[in-house]
Design a binder for this molecule. Structure first.
Ligand SMILES: Cc1cc2nc3c(=O)[nH]c(=O)nc-3n(C[C@H](O)[C@H](O)[C@H](O)COP(=O)(O)OP(=O)(O)OC[C@H]3O[C@@H](n4cnc5c(N)ncnc54)[C@H](O)[C@@H]3O)c2cc1C
Length: 440
């Protein structure tokens, strides 16, 4: 079958994109290498296989950004959401699925579509015609090399050295303070959390004792991103290593004492809106529950809410803010779009969402139209904005959807956190409705 668009990768993003394009009336060639070649994490040949957990996380569309994304995708006719809903298993307020039933349903819908040709093949080069690359965190290496050659980047497969990210409004600014080291740069570049000697020593002990996740065999040869070292590995090298590294106190005057503390934890602004701050140098393999427990011992972060916890696993992703335009097209080769985790979103549902968005942009372009971008106040738009410009290219790292990626609410005065979440989702629903009308 001749095709209008070539989609590479039949995971969460590629399956969603293929089905959306076909439903819009276009003929799709969908290339998926499993069937002829496996990946280190997938176990079946099914499309949209869930490589680890069977959870799509919270399904609460009123007060959770992930649940909101579910609702937006349902409203937009997502195949992934329809199959997830059909194969739901009990999981409280989360959306968890029977993984085999879910993947089988996606495979059957995609492979059985009259306008989709599913080809079991590994693709090594970038296509010449319209294409969507959705090959995910474990993109086969020959294609990764072709992407490197096209983009001029040096490296695509990294350990995700994810530092934890904190919601700014949960930091106790009676304890923490704004200051750049030696007062260089803008005064508000860093938030500093002070530690005395006892607090520091207890913190080092907690890092060393905390339970860690293990590397997988196939992760062994992957380099650390930018030479980032997990914080607990630094702590193992000596009790003062962190105090001479990311927790260095010099040039930082605690306004409560007028002196440099024994050690300092610094947070740096993570998004243009200033709602999210990452803990500088705190990439870690500590288990998530341990991170929450240990990082909340840091003075000023006792009540911290985390938009993302730290992590370290192999991931292939492009520097989207630098390489992609607002329609998810490669600036240097606009016939190529990217979708899914390779764009720097993180998670099953986020990947499907970017797959859906890439296909809508592509379908509009094939029809000679331009689709307006989704409003940043929606979950879909917040994710799109993070990928295509909201995040700094120099420090770009993968991200789950969260309220911190949306513009703060204005004119609401002091409002309880639970009420603020309701306001975020109400605003998102209104904006989505307006966008869907204009994008139709
Ligand atoms: C070990 C591991 C554990 C994870 N655990 C979770 C989790 O618990 N929860 C969560 O939300 N996210 C998890 N993730 C992230 C998860 O991978 C993504 O959320 C999601 O699978 C990404 O969807 P995608 O469509 O972008 O990529 P994928 O679902 O990986 O799909 C990409 C597809 O492209 C194919 N492919 C690759 N290269 C080629 C090529 N050259 N030619 C043809 N086909 C190709 C692959 O075979 C694959 O089927 C995990 C990732 C890893 C690596």
């Amino acid at each position: 079958m001749t095709h209008d668009i070539h989609i590479i990768g039949g995971g969460l993003a590629g399956s969603e994109a293929a089905w959306q394009m076909a439903e819009a009336g276009y003929r799709v060639r969908l290339s998926e290498m499993r069937g002829v070649e496996g990946t280190p994490a997938h176990k079946t040949d099914d499309l949209a296989e869930l490589v680890c957990s069977n959870s799509f996380r919270s399904d609460d569309a009123e007060s959770n950004a992930v649940g909101l994304l579910h609702a937006e995708l349902r409203q937009m006719g997502s195949l992934i959401m329809a199959c997830a809903d059909k194969h739901r298993v009990p999981a409280g307020s989360a959306l968890a699925v029977d993984r085999d039933g879910f993947s089988a349903a996606v495979t059957s819908a995609v492979a059985g579509h009259e306008r989709i040709e599913l080809v079991r093949e590994r693709v090594d080069g970038l296509p010449q015609g319209p294409a969507i690359i959705a090959t995910g965190p474990l993109t086969a290496s020959a294609l990764a090399q072709s992407i490197l050659a096209e983009t001029g980047e040096e490296q695509l497969a990294f350990f995700d050295a994810l530092a934890p990210i904190v919601h700014r409004d949960t930091i106790d600014m009676d304890v923490a303070w704004f200051q750049s080291r030696w007062n260089k740069g803008e005064g508000k570049d860093y938030i500093n959390c002070p530690m005395n000697k006892d607090e520091y020593l207890a913190f080092i002990d907690a890092l060393l004792a905390g339970e860690k996740t293990a590397f997988k065999d196939w992760e062994a040869d992957t380099p650390y991103f930018d030479g980032c070292m997990p914080i607990e590995v630094m702590a193992e090298r000596g009790v003062d290593t962190l105090r001479h590294g990311p927790m260095k106190p010099v040039g930082l005057d605690d306004p409560r004492t007028g002196r440099w503390p024994y050690a300092v934890v610094q947070l740096r602004q993570d998004n243009a809106l200033g709602t999210l701050w990452n803990i500088v140098g705190f990439q870690t393999k500590l288990k998530h529950a341990e991170q929450v427990r240990v990082f909340r011992t840091i003075p000023g972060l006792e009540k911290a809410e985390f938009a993302r916890l730290g992590g370290l696993h192999r991931n292939t992703f492009i520097n989207s803010p630098r390489l992609l335009d607002g329609e998810l097209r490669l600036k240097s080769a606009p016939n190529i779009r990217f979708a899914g985790q390779i764009t720097g979103c993180e998670g099953y549902i986020e990947s499907a969402a970017v797959g859906l968005l890439a296909s809508r942009f592509a379908a509009a372009e094939l029809a000679g139209r331009t689709m307006p971008r989704p409003p940043v106040e929606t979950a879909l738009g917040a994710l799109h904005n993070h990928i295509t410009g909201g995040a700094e290219a120099e420090t770009f790292q993968p991200m789950n959807v969260n309220f911190g990626l949306m513009p703060p609410l204005t004119g609401i005065g002091r409002t309880k956190k639970a009420d603020r979440k309701l306001l975020y989702t109400a605003r998102a629903r209104e904006k989505l409705a307006g966008w869907l009308e204009s994008a139709a």
